[in-house]
Design a protein around this ligand. Structure first.
Ligand SMILES: Cc1ncc(COP(=O)(O)O)c(C=O)c1O
Length: 461
């Protein structure tokens, strides 16, 4: 790796970072005793820090984002070509990459037909919340305004998306929150909340949603937002029977179904979108991270024509449209990068790789579980896996969170970057997370597993 910067330059860069950069999700005292990790280059599955150390990235940029891997010149070129031609015009107008990208995207999403551009997962989700509230005003005299969200799910960092945080530690100290959002129970069968046989658990967990709807009054509930597979809340794949029942409940009570694909979307689970794994027919789908693999900021709120029509039923109403704007939703770099990103996923047949390598990763994680008692559960879908650490398999008592973080630290020391649930769930930030880029091969998975094996032995014996 040749960065073009001398060791002295790098010292300066690290010091400037330590002095002035306010890092995400990082306790402020941390860099008083250690250097910030400054990443200066990436290629394929690897990144290099400012000291020239190489890491195998098993978490796609830390947060499930760089789906097609680092250093993709064709995406950089597509963005550059677009920027010199036209960098920006407000989203009230159109653009060439915008049109071409929505066409490609909707081709992967039968039943969906409208795409609203913005810049982050939080923003894409908040657009849905606004749409649902507006529909409540237009069709239900303002009454059907409540939005349900699920314990353990996460939908963003703004005050209103935090109002739908099923991860209490993410929301701590940021209240008061926006009213009108109501929690439903999670569906993780490893930590059962109802005493029913395994095969009935999915349906039982979905029944709990109906119970909340009946308690709140179905005439007050407009929508429910759910991750297809919960990500930061511990990699939770809903059990068999869950999704068909959720769909049935939504139809029964005229509740719009919003699927948050910010993590699961764009190939991560082995299909284009996570909801397609379960045969769900959503009314809204939101996506961000993997849409352009982090080469440009872009998020999408995708709806059906039925939803779009609800905003143009009464031409005499001055609010007969979605009165919203996202300034940077008009940046053309996002759809230009996304278009090329999707072309890569298609042309390199990355969905097949996700399915093949996802199965291999799961097999290797189960082997690790056989060797290490501390792994209580392994779960996931495609290249999106979690290993929950417990002090005792019988009682499922979680390990000390510091020990889970130590495993991540020991992997980092070996040059492998893995993740762990991070200040999300009280006492349960103990699930190790893996989400390598969709291009990962067997040799790299072996390297990840070896690093985890060593790290688990060092921390737990
Ligand atoms: C499922 C889910 N939805 C929404 C978000 C928010 O996305 P952003 O950080 O781009 O606002 C995240 C972020 O991690 C997420 O995991």
């Amino acid at each position: 790796m040749e960065s073009g910067f001398s060791a002295n330059d790098m010292d300066h860069i690290i010091e400037a970072d330590r002095a002035h950069v306010w890092h995400h999700l990082t306790p402020h005292k941390k860099f008083e005793t250690s250097d910030p990790l400054v990443i200066v280059e990436g290629k394929g599955m690897h990144i290099w820090d400012a000291r020239g150390k190489r890491y195998l990235d098993a978490v796609s940029g830390g947060v499930w984002t760089v789906n097609v891997g680092y250093g993709r010149e064709s995406i950089a070129n597509a963005v550059r070509d677009q920027l010199v031609k036209l960098n920006y015009f407000a989203g009230s107008g159109g653009s060439i990459p915008g049109s071409l990208f929505v066409e490609k995207l909707l081709d992967k999403m039968p039943g969906m037909s409208r795409v609203y551009f913005s810049n982050s997962g939080s923003e894409a989700n908040e657009k849905v919340y606004k749409m649902v509230r507006q529909i409540a005003h237009k069709k239900y005299g303002g009454k059907k305004y409540k939005i349900l969200y699920r314990d353990r799910d996460y939908h963003g960092t703004t005050i209103t998306t935090l109002s739908t945080s099923g991860q209490p530690q993410r929301a701590e100290q940021y209240g008061p929150f926006t009213p009108g959002f109501v929690e439903v129970p999670h569906c993780l069968s490893y930590r059962k909340q109802w005493d029913v046989p395994d095969e009935e658990y999915g349906r039982r967990a979905a029944d709990a949603i109906e119970e909340v709807i009946l308690r709140e009054g179905p005439e007050t509930v407009g929508a429910i937002v759910l991750e297809p597979v919960t990500a930061g809340g511990g990699v939770i794949v809903p059990p068999e029977g869950y999704w068909p029942r959720v769909q049935e409940i939504c139809r029964k009570y005229d509740i719009l179904l919003h699927i948050d694909e910010v993590v699961c979307g764009c190939g991560r689970t082995g299909k284009w979108f996570g909801y397609q794994q379960f045969g769900i027919e959503p009314d809204f789908v939101t996506m961000a991270k993997g849409v352009a693999s982090g080469y440009a900021a872009i998020s999408c709120t995708v709806t059906t024509e039925r939803v779009f029509e609800m905003f143009k039923e009464n031409p005499d109403d001055p609010m007969d449209y979605f009165r919203d704007i996202s300034t940077f939703g008009g940046c053309t770099a996002g759809p230009a990068a996304a278009l090329e990103n999707f072309r890569i996923i298609e042309d390199e047949d990355l969905l097949s790789n996700v399915n093949e390598m996802g199965a291999y990763l799961m097999e290797r994680l189960h082997e690790l579980m056989d060797r290490h008692q501390v792994i209580g559960d392994v779960r996931g879908m495609g290249l999106f896996c979690g290993a929950e650490l417990v002090a005792d398999r019988e009682s499922k008592q979680p390990v000390d969170e510091k020990q889970a973080q130590a495993v991540v630290g020991e992997c980092l020391a070996q040059g492998v970057l893995i993740g762990v649930t991070n200040r999300s769930l009280n006492g349960l930030n103990t699930t190790l997370c893996l989400s390598p880029a969709l291009i990962v091969g067997k040799a790299e998975i072996d390297e990840i597993i070896t690093a985890m094996d060593n790290a688990l032995t060092r921390v737990f014996g």
